[in-house]
Design a protein around this ligand. Structure first.
Ligand code: GLY
Length: 574
């Protein structure tokens, strides 16, 4: 079965079960378990879970390439990090093949055929509970279609070889991490709305499983084994699709068998821009990630970031983010449905916007700009990021998600698959903020078979034609600001990969009119930002980035230090 609409549109671990069956101090304790090079030098893997990273490293050591390893990591994350991603969700990947060609693969969820602009309006008002939880929140998932395509195009292993170890892990179970427990705690009331979900994710008393609990998912193991036997047909046209449709009919949903059978993976052209001599390959619409990472970096190129004091750097970055997010809200949507101006990534447009970025003050508010050729030149029509590279020159930057924690909170009974709530990434009514506080307009309205706008920003960076950095992040709209700051910290400030990800982060998304800062940002810097007009909202930490970089010593793979630290604390307390 082939899902790809090719040449499209325009611009736009075998798992060691013994290692997994108890909570060895080292499982969540050691940053190198999350991100490292394979011992025999075949490549490197960075993800947010040590068992997923091990899956990828094992595949590399068994003769697989980065494409195979990325699929193994993603399928294993669907088991061990199921609040973030899984086959019930979608993904974007920027892939560089050993022959030098670069693909942007779009496995984003599609709205069902019966979806329409006003489907979330009740008494004329957008109801976000409907777009975020339950049957109507679910879009048609694309992750498996992407894995199938990637392997067919450039893999050395079969889907069955990569999914069976993950099935074994799902059946045997693994010790629950602190981060997974945190997410269960936050979602418990909504999970309880769906008995089939609660039966798997909560104990008999309706409480989240504790840290260190041997978490088993027998139904998911069965689903993975059916896929190993029957291929992705099982999911899109076989028993999985039939069970889902039956559940939809009983629960007021609109996803049909035809929606599943008609899912289309799309091959798109990456967004390419230059930043201080590096070539940045980002993801095009329906992600806003590539466009706005490029746009923000283009604005920052007008400033000598490397020599600025920290407060100036954060102030300038915050304003550049605000301008980009104002454009996002106005212009961005699925390029197969709306016209997204290519001029948004034009350097001359960024130079013009940079004039609005001031050093010691900031404008009270901004609106969207007027990119060049806005009428004629268009891009063709809670989440996790993984990065894999191999010594043949294959690189995969993949961001994959069920959207917010545990997606729609729906597990179709008997399947173990957590279904996404990606429909909430549409703008359900102009001006009504989604779960991330993002507002949008017509460009991102709900339409039949349209893809909801995303912020996912899997990014590859080349220098003189050779891949040197793979980076991406999780965390809704903060993905864009995390990727920008990761790159600025490496390229402008010359920090190590780990230091670049550890640096305190800021995030500005135009609406609401606040600048989010991490608590670790030094107090004097916060004070100076406030004096310059930022309305600060402090969060303990935010975001989750992973990156791989080529250094003189080989691959330097780093997973989000905040996740590693949170799990380390949990492992110590256990
Ligand atoms: N669901 C988060 C994003 O795609 O931006």
């Amino acid at each position: 079965m082939r899902f790809v609409v090719s040449g499209l549109l325009f611009f736009f671990f075998s798992i060691s079960l013994s290692a997994a069956s108890s909570m060895p101090d080292s499982l969540y304790d050691n940053a190198s378990g999350y991100a490292s090079s394979s011992p025999n030098g075949q490549g490197a893997v960075a993800s947010v879970h040590p068992l997923a990273t091990k899956a990828g490293l094992d595949v590399l050591d068994a003769g697989g390439n980065a494409i195979d390893a990325a699929v193994a990591v993603a399928l294993t994350l669907g088991v061990v990090d199921n609040h973030n991603s899984g086959i019930g969700g979608g993904n974007f990947a920027v892939i560089r093949y050993a022959n030098g060609s670069i693909d942007a693969l779009d496995g984003r969820e599609m709205a069902p055929v019966k979806a329409h602009r006003d489907m979330y309006l009740r008494d004329g008002k957008g109801d976000t509970s409907l777009s975020s939880t339950g049957a109507l929140a679910i879009g048609v998932p694309g992750s498996l279609a992407m894995f199938d395509y990637m392997l067919d195009k450039a893999g050395k292993k079969t889907l069955a070889e990569l999914i069976l170890p993950a099935a074994d892990l799902a059946e045997a179970g693994f010790p629950l991490s602190q981060v997974s427990h945190d997410r269960l705690k936050r979602s418990v009331e909504k999970i309880k709305l769906f008995p089939a979900t609660a039966k798997i994710l909560l104990d008999d008393g309706g409480n989240p499983w504790p840290v260190g609990h041997q978490f088993q998912q027998k139904d998911l193991a069965d689903t993975y084994r059916h896929i190993a036997k029957q291929g992705v047909e099982y999911f899109y046209r076989g028993d999985f699709a039939r069970q889902l449709v039956k559940w939809m009919e009983q629960n007021g949903g609109i996803v049909s068998y035809e929606d599943f059978a008609g899912y289309q993976l799309k091959q798109r052209q990456p967004v390419i821009s230059e930043y201080r001599g590096y070539q940045i390959y980002g993801f095009p619409p329906p992600s806003s990630g590539g466009v706005h990472v490029a746009q923000i970096l283009n604005i920052l190129e007008n400033f000598d970031i490397a020599t600025m004091p920290a407060e100036d750097r954060y102030h300038v970055m915050g304003q550049a983010m605000r301008l980009a997010f104002a454009d996002r809200a106005h212009f961005l949507g699925d390029p197969d449905f709306v016209k997204v101006p290519k001029g948004l990534i034009d350097q001359s447009y960024a130079d013009q916007l940079a004039k609005q970025v001031t050093l010691k003050t900031m404008a009270e508010d901004v609106t969207h700009g007027e990119p060049p050729k806005a009428d004629t030149d268009f891009f063709g029509k809670h989440t996790t990021h993984l990065t894999v590279a191999d010594k043949q020159g294959n690189w995969v930057a993949m961001t994959t998600t069920v959207n917010t924690s545990f997606g729609s909170k729906v597990i179709i009974p008997g399947t173990g698959v957590i279904m996404n709530n990606q429909m909430d990434d549409f703008s359900i009514q102009p001006g009504v903020p989604n779960m991330f506080g993002l507002v949008g307009n017509e460009a991102n309205s709900v339409q039949s078979r349209k893809r909801p706008l995303s912020s996912m920003s899997p990014t590859l960076v080349l220098k003189d034609g050779k891949p040197v950095i793979g980076i991406g992040a999780a965390g809704g709209p903060t993905i864009i600001s995390q990727v920008v700051q990761g790159l600025v910290n490496m390229i402008d400030l010359g920090l190590s990969t780990e230091q670049a990800l550890k640096m305190p982060r800021v995030h500005q998304q135009w609406r609401p009119q606040i600048t989010v800062v991490e608590a670790s940002l030094p107090e004097p810097t916060k004070q100076l930002l406030t004096e310059r007009g930022h309305k600060l909202r402090e969060r303990n930490t935010f975001g989750s980035s992973t990156a791989i970089r080529v250094t003189e010593h080989g691959f330097d793979a780093v997973a989000e230090p905040r996740i590693v630290e949170r799990n380390r604390q949990g492992a110590k307390a256990d």
